[in-house]
Structures are given as C-alpha cells and as structure tokens.
Design a protein around this ligand. Structure first.
Ligand code: ADP
Ligand code: MG
Length: 373
C-alpha cells in the first residue's frame, strides 16, 4: 500500500538531501575509508576538496558525510560556513565553542598551554593549537561548504592549521566549493590545492540518473514506466537538481485521486509544463548573472559552438570567447573564461583537458534569449 504524502520524497531545492543519493558510490567509499582511518587515529593522507558547478550535489554529499561520521564511534564533527567566520579570531572561537570549555577544568586547559576563554579579553590561541587539542582528545572532522567564498586570511589560517595538525593528530578537513575554489585556495598562498585531494562533483551518468529517479518511487511501491525513465534521462541531462524537480512533479501528478497511482507517460506529459516553468525560472537567474557580468555575448558565442559538439577543446572555447568579446586581448579572454567557469556555464573536463556545458539545455536558452548583437 502506497502512502501518498502530498509533499513527496524528492528535494528540488539547493542543499536538500535527496531521497536517494545516486552515483556517488566511489566518493562515499572513499569517505568511509577516511572515516575509518580517522577513528583508528591513523595518519590522514590529505585534505579533501569537493568541487563542481552549482546544483550537482556538493552540499548533499557533505550532508551524507556528516551523517556517516555521526555513525563512527569517537569521531567528532564540526560544520562551519564561511559566512560564520569573518575573522581568524572568530574561527578560533568557533572551533573552541563554549561547550568545549565547559567540559574542561581550567587546569586541563592550562595543560594545553591555553589560558584564553571565549568572550573574555585577550587574544585567543591560534586555531592550530585549538584543533590539535581537540583532535588529541577525539578524532575530528571539519566540514566547510561554500569554501570558495571563505575570507582569504581566515582560509590561510585554516589550511595552514590543517596541514600542521593532520601530521600529528587524527584530523580531517573537507572543503566544498564551485570550480573557482582552485583559484581561491591558490590566492591563500602555499600549494594547498595541489597537495590536497580533489573530488570532482559533476552531473550523474545514465544509470545513476535512473536510480535517483526510480528508487524513491519503488521505495513507496510506485511503478515507473521505462519510457518515462528514458525521458527523464534526456530532459535532465543528469543534472541532479533537474532530476529532483522532475521526480517531484511526477510524484505530484501521479498521486491519487487526481493521478493514476503510477508513473506513466501521461503523468510525464502532465508534469512537463511545470518542469519547463521551473527550468525557465532557474535559467532566468543564470541569464541575469551572465548579464550583470556583461557575459551574455560571450556565453552566446560559446553556446553556438557547443551546438556542434558536447565537448570542446581549449582553443575552440578561446576562439568562441574572442568572437563574443569582439577582442583578441588575451587577459580579457582569460577573465571571461574564468567567469563562465565560476558561474558553472562551462565545466572543465578531466582527464581530457577541455570544456563541456555546465548544463546542456542552458546553452539553448542562451541562444534563444541572449540578444544576437
Ligand atoms: N547524488 C544525487 N542524487 C540525486 N539527487 C541529488 C544528488 N546530489 C544532489 N542532488 C539534488 O540536487 C540538488 C542540488 O544539490 P546540492 O547539494 O544543493 O548541489 P550543490 O551544493 O553542488 O549546489 C538538490 O535538489 C539535491 O537534492
Ligand atoms: Mg551547495
């Protein structure tokens, strides 16, 4: 018996934990191994950085990591956002919260050589000393999402502390951000990016797209027609956000008494106007971002060359950018390329160097609506 919760299981919003986290088995397996290593107080090989364009599931994977860590004995988890840490002092305060101090007697704290208390005057200890003190007591996982927006001085303090603490104590730092996180971390100095371990979080492949859609329905005993699954693969391009939007609309259109209680092609047809609407609103926001940065012409020119291929090499994209900019100035070209990548309009491929569209159908939208001038 299916229970048709009117809200349904899908999570079509930023940061929403999907009902089934599909296609991240490799990353999950790797994180499980790192958590075991952390629990066993073994040395951690490197910091981990998740990067990829918006909407691909970085926050969802971090959410999974947080709950996986909660199941591992002894491991403590700290979750911080860049907006919470505008300064290095605030970083120290947050990694050593009041509750931490309450658990220690002043003598114990003094044993770490720490005499400062939050809220009192005087400079707090450097963040590496606090992290070392914590990690010495229990293995510590520190998760930070949106790290491409982290204040540079705070970031420098954090990554330096991580590299120092990790060598002697069970400590793991996991950062996530959009592709420009590489440039942002490089701007913090040191060779942090190249020494860290990077996990690319891109669109889902065909079989993961199917699982993301079908599993939540089958978990509720709702059958999904094969033709619908094929269409969802095509319409979503494996973009996780769109899979959730489509799943959500299919659920609502299949729900009795209005719907047939299973996901048929008729249900998909009924869901399509809603999907076009959601997608249109989403693309409208992407359009505005490009417009504000005066990148519409460049985006249009890049979109035009992507019509012939889903993959372009660097010189093809550079040529399209030059056409769109109307200049051969190399610095302007590089800046535009970086901005298109930051916005997730284009996504650097790996291991083959080149570019693919962040979301293929956004290219069509730009070709349709960006002024041709
Ligand atoms: N592996 C996945 N399988 C299915 N849906 C996912 C997956 N990862 C993310 N999603 C969904 O995609 C959308 C965007 O995910 P989110 O984690 O916010 O992306 P990001 O943080 O990269 O911008 C959300 O609706 C989320 O539920
Ligand atoms: Mg996110």
């Amino acid at each position: 018996m299916t229970s048709w919760d009117p809200l349904g299981p899908f999570q079509p919003g930023a940061g929403g934990m999907p009902p089934y986290l599909a296609g991240r088995e490799v990353e999950q397996g790797h994180f499980r191994a790192l958590l075991s290593r952390l629990r066993d107080r073994g040395p951690l090989p490197a910091e981990v950085i998740l990067y990829g364009p918006r909407g691909n599931g970085k926050t969802a994977l971090l959410g999974w990591l947080e709950s996986a860590a909660a199941d591992v004995e002894c491991v403590e988890t700290l979750v911080l956002l860049p907006s919470e840490v505008p300064s290095a002092v605030r970083l120290s305060e947050l990694v050593a919260p009041q509750s931490w101090w309450d658990r220690f007697t002043p003598e114990e704290v003094a044993g770490f050589g720490i005499s400062w208390r939050p809220g009192k005057t005087g400079a707090p200890p450097a963040v590496d000393r606090i992290l070392a003190a914590r990690a010495r007591r229990s293995p510590l996982l520190l998760i930070m999402d949106e790290a491409h927006t982290l204040d540079l001085a705070v970031g420098r303090a954090l990554v330096n502390a991580s590299q120092r603490v990790r060598q002697r104590h069970p400590f793991l730092l996991v950062l996530a951000g959009t592709p420009n996180i590489e440039g942002h971390l490089n701007a913090m100095g040191a060779s942090f990016w190249s020494r860290s371990e990077q996990l690319r979080i891109g669109r889902l492949d065909g079989s993961a797209t199917r699982e993301a859609l079908v599993r939540p329905f089958t978990a509720h005993g709702v059958p999904v027609a094969e033709a619908v699954v094929t269409e969802v693969e095509r319409l979503s391009h494996g973009y996780p956000f769109f899979i959730q939007v489509l799943g959500d609309l299919l659920w609502k259109n299949a729900a009795p008494p209005g719907g047939p209680g299973r996901v048929t092609m008729g249900v998909l047809e009924a869901a399509l106007p809603g999907f076009e609407d959601r997608k249109g609103h989403y693309y409208r926001q992407r359009y505005e971002e490009l417009r504000k940065r005066e990148l519409l012409q460049v985006a249009r020119s890049v979109a035009a060359v992507f019509q012939s291929s889903g993959f372009l090499n660097h010189s093809e994209v550079e040529a399209a950018i030059r056409t769109g900019l109307g200049t051969t100035d190399a610095a302007a070209g590089r800046a535009a390329e970086g901005a298109l990548s930051d916005l997730g309009f284009i996504w650097g491929t790996s291991p083959m160097p080149g570019w693919e569209p962040g979301i293929p159908s956004l290219m069509d939208y730009i070709l349709e609506f960006a002024p041709a001038e």
